[in-house]
Design a protein around this ligand. Structure first.
Ligand SMILES: Cc1ncc(COP(=O)(O)O)c(C=O)c1O
Length: 455
């Protein structure tokens, strides 16, 4: 019944319409979850291999997070944040500032989703320069194939051909620099090896030189360098070489631009640090957080920023940041986030993350044994497997074959739910509560899927 109603009344994000509506396609109806497992209305169980689109970190039906939301419901669900505050948002703000552990990041601006956290960061930056003596700083510089969400500003600093091409005339102009994608870098002289391409790439660090060149050419007009730190998710879980982040952020700041980090996917422990930027010497000016902020329970987002930027909005009414959302600072979301952070900062969680990362590392060999695997890369609790038609030339499959998507469809029959990203890049990024035995099930489902579709 829900599937029939869905086909009649709904429209799904990032979903091929005709395939969804096809008479022989029966949508999966998720009815419950427990830990790393999701259950559908037919009684089938699946492991949540991508943490319900990168949001869930402590498992489904987590007693602490669910309990915090239930308790908050007995007080109040939501009240406006315009000219009012509430008892949870300031406490959450303090926790996030402490978690950022960076003397410069002292303020939080709440919104709802990853895209809104980025949108706020862009508008804050633009207005900050406009009303603080540098109105010429209007240009945002960001990475090719970047993805920062689907609102107009976020799309404007994204450069995904597939996602953004159709809208280009409604977007504002922004500058693009090449993606530091070691496996597919035209400057990488090394022949393919069965190892993470970042480890064996031979190049002249042209990706960093390109950023230097861009800022040298027009640094005085640059407002900000916008980047997903260390891992570009939607672009295909592209993992950047060490120090790319630190060096490019230093270049931007040397030219007077701000650094906006998009930690929407990488934040809250995914990469092995609480925030990915903390793995390098970086002093961001603004940071966008969402997704795992509430453990994958409720939409809530934050833009962290410096006191200097905040001060740039003080003064008369014309200097106000005229931006906000109805559900800003929502109490249920804040309660979920505080509980999520409590778990995240417990020793047990650190142990679980290490255990998960080790189990993902142990899976590399299994993937490497498959001829269609061209690159296996890992950053903390994120494992990405890139499929190729020809290992020796790195030639990708024809996109019309939808190899990555078909592998995921096949893996679903073996009890795994995940989605590919970029060009046939498979992803394992489950909740931190996932056990090594559950990782084994995921790996075997994905390997079977690869064998059934391509090998
Ligand atoms: C890096 C990054 N930024 C922003 C977003 C947008 O987040 P949301 O879907 O919550 O708007 C995403 C979503 O996948 C993301 O991966």
């Amino acid at each position: 019944m829900p599937a029939a109603l869905d086909k009649k009344y709904l429209w799904h994000p990032f979903t091929l319409t005709d395939a969804w509506l096809a008479a022989d396609y029966a949508p999966t109806v998720i009815v419950s979850g427990d830990g790393s497992w999701l259950c559908d209305d037919q009684g089938n169980k699946y492991l949540d291999g991508n943490s319900s689109i990168w949001t869930n970190i402590h498992g489904h039906r987590n007693a602490t997070v669910s309990g915090a939301i239930r308790a908050q419901l007995d007080r109040i669900a939501h009240s406006s944040f315009l000219g009012l505050t509430n008892e949870l948002a300031p406490v959450l703000g303090k926790r996030l500032v402490e978690l950022a552990d960076d003397d410069r990041l002292t303020r939080c601006f709440f919104s709802d989703d990853g895209a809104t956290a980025i949108e706020a960061a862009l508008k804050i930056t633009y207005q900050f320069f406009a009303q603080n003596g540098e109105p010429q700083r209007k240009k945002f510089v960001s990475l090719s194939a970047g993805y920062h969400g689907d609102t107009v500003g976020a799309m404007s600093v994204g450069h995904s051909k597939l996602f953004h091409h159709c809208y280009r005339n409604m977007l504002f102009e922004s500058d693009e620099v090449p993606v530091p994608y070691c496996y597919r870098c035209p400057f990488n002289q090394a022949a393919p090896q069965r190892a993470d391409a970042r480890a064996y790439a031979r190049c002249g660090r042209e990706c960093i030189a390109a950023v230097e060149k861009k800022f040298a050419a027009d640094g005085a007009r640059a407002a900000a360098w916008v980047v997903e730190p260390r891992v570009q998710g939607a672009a295909g879980f592209i993992m950047h070489p060490d120090n790319y982040l630190a060096e490019t952020c230093a270049i931007a700041q040397r030219h007077g631009a701000l650094v906006i980090l998009d930690e929407v996917m990488t934040g809250f422990g995914r990469t092995g640090a609480i925030f990915a930027w903390q793995k390098e010497q970086v002093a961001p000016d603004l940071v966008a957080l969402a997704k795992a902020l509430t453990g994958g329970y409720l939409p809530l987002a934050v833009t962290l920023l410096t006191e200097k930027i905040f001060d740039g909005f003080r003064g008369d009414a014309t200097r106000t940041f005229f931006h906000g959302h109805s559900y800003t600072g929502n109490q249920l979301g804040c309660a979920a986030a505080l509980a999520t952070l409590d778990i995240l900062q417990s020793d047990n969680c650190a142990d679980r993350q290490r255990r998960l990362a080790a189990a993902l590392t142990a899976a590399h060999e299994k993937f490497w044994s498959l001829p269609a695997v061209g690159d296996v890369r890992q950053e903390g609790c994120i494992l990405a497997i890139e499929l190729v038609k020809d290992f020796s030339t790195r030639e990708p499959f024809d996109p019309s074959l939808r190899v990555g998507a078909r592998v995921c469809e096949a893996a679903k029959k073996h009890g795994l739910l995940t989605r590919p990203a970029g060009r046939d890049v498979l992803l394992l990024m489950p909740p931190y509560t996932t056990t090594p035995a559950e990782v084994d099930v995921m790996v075997s489902a994905l390997c079977k899927g690869i064998e059934e579709v391509v090998n």
